[in-house]
Write a protein of this length. Structure first.
Length: 76
């Protein structure tokens, strides 16, 4: 049986947004470890020193799963 698929959006502190598809296991690791897991698993190509400013995971119905973590509001 195929697991659920989720989308991860990472806003890096340099202002670049990364959106990728992740597995159910990765979603669980993000729920458990948050930014620490994201820093271990993903990096911004060309700028490995960038840190996640905020992140969000969406389910297959495009419903957000976590409150957005951010030091500042993200402009629309």
């Amino acid at each position: 049986m195929k697991g659920k698929r989720y989308k991860l959006g990472i806003l890096w502190d340099v202002g670049i947004l990364t959106e990728i598809t992740i597995s159910e296991a990765e979603e669980e690791m993000i729920e458990r470890h948050g930014s620490e897991y994201i820093l271990l698993k993903y990096y911004l190509k060309g700028n490995e020193e960038a840190k996640p400013e905020s992140f969000q995971v969406w389910d297959e119905n495009d419903e957000p799963l976590f409150p957005v973590e951010s030091k500042e509001a993200v402009p629309a």
